[in-house]
Unconditional design. Structure first.
Lengths: 114, 117
């Protein structure tokens, strides 16, 4: 069964600190992995996309890593800001039945406090 | 949220009523999608459309219906057959859709929160 597991479920950090969010997947055949940021009551916004051959990708203070061997990804946030408070969703794309399908994780809710 | 709009932002429905959620995009995207988001769960696909006048069921299509008469519009009707419709509904679009390119990024609208009274 295709699954995407994220940890922790929620996280509270002080403004200015770093944090790392985890994503483990059991999806086959793997195509790519994305991280989305979702502000409360809003739609998700794409942060990064990583294919099988990529193991690091940055977008400003966000750095995603991918280990395709262990089927793990992480999202590292550097020097957190209050505006980073949101849910972060890991999404894995996999092919099957003639199309590409997405499996969404449940998200990690990050709260950055002053 | 890009060029995707959803309306209304909040919607209240009485049991037994059908309601229609609007989704419009001006991104010239071929593919459009409807997802449902419940607390503590990942997004689940309801319906998707790759092209005008064509749409496919997703993982949880029962109790929902859609139409795609125009490229820009993909309304979702929540029927009385949907037993637990209270949720946050997200519409998305992408350039060319699921069949053609795995790196096709989906752009999401701001969502509609539906509550059954």
């Amino acid at each position: 069964k295709n699954q995407v597991e994220q940890s922790p479920q929620s996280l509270i950090i002080l403004e200015g600190k770093n944090c790392t969010l985890q994503c483990n997947y059991t999806v086959s055949p793997f195509s790519n992995l994305r991280w989305y940021k979702q502000d409360t009551g809003r739609g998700p916004v794409s942060l990064t996309i990583m294919t099988f051959s990529e193991n690091t990708k940055s977008n400003g203070r966000y750095t995603a890593t991918l280990d395709a061997d262990t089927k793990q990804s992480s999202l590292h946030i550097t020097a957190s800001q209050l505006s980073d408070s949101a849910s972060y969703i890991c999404v894995v794309s996999h092919s099957g039945a003639g199309s590409y399908q997405l499996t969404f994780g449940k998200g990690t809710k990050l709260s950055v406090i002053p | 949220d890009g060029g995707i709009t959803q309306s209304p932002k909040y919607l209240f429905r009485k049991e037994g009523q059908n309601v229609t959620l609007s989704c419009e995009q001006n991104l010239n995207h071929d593919a459009m999608y409807w997802y449902r988001q419940d607390p503590g769960q990942g997004l689940r696909l309801i319906y998707y459309s790759q092209i005008v006048n064509d749409f496919q069921k997703g993982d949880i299509a029962e109790g929902y219906s859609v139409s795609r008469e125009k490229k820009e519009s993909f309304p979702l009707t929540v029927t009385s057959a949907q037993k637990n419709p209270t949720a946050f509904y997200l519409c998305a679009s992408s350039i060319i859709g699921r069949r053609n390119r795995s790196t096709d990024t989906q752009y999401f609208g701001p969502g509609t929160r539906l509550t059954v009274l």
